[in-house]
Design a protein around this ligand. Structure first.
Ligand code: 8NA
Ligand code: MG
Ligand code: MG
Length: 344
């Protein structure tokens, strides 16, 4: 059955939180054998041990984005910046990237005039290309119906911490992937990836994108070229983990993780060898993301949001939902964003 829109909204944010919480186990691990992944996932089944998996920066910041969009009924850069700063001040030990904490400290200053300025000062003025903008991008797709608004505000929301085009364009790509998944677009995977390629072509033709790509020795249209690789991998009947890592990456740079997360969701649209037959699509997608190693919490968080938007909340087992911190709150945010979406 095709999930209802509200179910997709809830799936997106709950899938995102579960990817973060469940993926945290292997964050930064180079080699993650599939049996270690399955062993970890099997511990989620028994509710009895009562241990709750903790969320990290990915979820902490996603919640700030959702709260701000809800309370301001749209994008308000000052409000969102203040929420990031306050959240970091209250709970600094959520595993934030080592660069972004400087931005978050500066955003707390009451005399700060331009809230985009601290992000621009990062890395000698180049701005961050980390995946911290992308990991929190899903709520933009839930707040705005219109694709032009999703594009515009996901970009601005990311620029509060990530001023490099490779950073904020990764956030736009992730928000667009969730936007399309909410529309049911994953049912036609080739059209889905083609649409993302044409969207990113438009964005990356812009001057800043070209400039940053040159300065960082990336391909001319870095996201487009990765998405073309995603498409090539989709066409192969068998793809090894090593191949995914070498073609797409599994690192903390947005360019090395957003296309990867999109590939995880696409690859797991069908049953996968080595994964339990009873697994639904969100479970497969998160399991597969973890097996790539590297920035597992963030890749699983982004892939989980896309998959959750496609399969809906009903596809996510209750035992998984009970396993992790912040699921109930994410579900509530999704319901409220659904109401806002229906107003707009
Ligand atoms: P960020 O902006 O600090 O970027 C992350 C890192 O990327 C930086 O600390 C730098 O090492 C590097 N980097 C980014 N831009 C540049 C640049 N222009 N020049 C040189 N180096 C650069 O933080 P973020 O919010 O983007 O980070 C998000 C990631 O950090 C998430 O994966 C999150 O979970 C967290 N995290 C990841 C790991 C891990 O092992 N994968 C560990 C702890 C925290
Ligand atoms: Mg994290
Ligand atoms: Mg991470």
């Amino acid at each position: 059955a095709v999930p209802m829109m509200l179910s997709r909204f809830r799936g997106a944010l709950v899938g995102s939180v579960l990817g973060d919480c469940i993926g945290g186990e292997f964050e930064g691990t180079v080699d993650v054998p599939l049996d270690r992944v399955l062993q970890h996932l099997s511990t989620l089944e028994d509710d009895a041990d009562g241990e709750t998996l903790r969320y990290s920066d990915d979820t902490a910041m996603m919640r700030c984005v959702a709260d701000s969009l809800l309370i301001r009924m749209g994008f308000d850069e000052r409000d969102m910046a203040q929420r990031f700063a306050k959240e970091f001040k209250n709970q600094p030990n959520r595993g934030y990237g080592s660069g972004v904490v400087q931005v978050l400290r500066k955003l707390a200053s009451p005399t700060l005039m331009d809230v985009f300025q601290p992000a621009r000062a990062q890395f000698s003025g180049r701005g961050s290309f980390g995946n911290g903008g992308a990991m929190r991008a899903a709520p933009f797709a839930l707040a705005f119906r219109n694709i032009a608004d999703v594009r515009k505000y996901s970009r601005l929301g990311a620029m509060l911490t990530h001023a490099c085009s490779l950073g904020y364009n990764g956030a736009v790509l992730q928000a667009l992937a969730v936007h399309l998944a909410l529309q049911g677009a994953l049912a036609l995977p080739t059209d889905f990836i083609d649409k993302l390629i044409s969207e990113m072509e438009e964005l990356e033709k812009e001057e800043a994108g070209q400039h940053d790509a040159n300065a960082l020795n990336s391909a001319e249209l870095p996201y487009c070229s990765r998405l073309h690789r995603v498409k090539e991998l989709m066409d192969k009947s068998s793809v090894s983990i090593e191949e995914v890592i070498s073609e797409l990456g599994n690192g903390i740079a947005a360019l090395e993780s957003v296309p990867t997360a999109i590939f995880c969701a696409l690859r797991c649209l069908e049953a996968r060898d080595g994964l339990p037959e009873e697994f639904g699509g969100v479970e497969r997608t998160i399991a597969y993301s973890l097996a790539l190693g590297g920035d597992t919490d963030t890749i699983a968080c982004m892939a989980g949001a896309i998959a959750g938007a496609h399969y809906g909340i009903e596809s996510i087992p209750q035992s998984w939902q009970n396993s992790s911190e912040g699921v109930v709150e994410a579900d509530d945010l999704a319901e409220r964003l659904h109401k806002l979406y229906n107003l707009g």
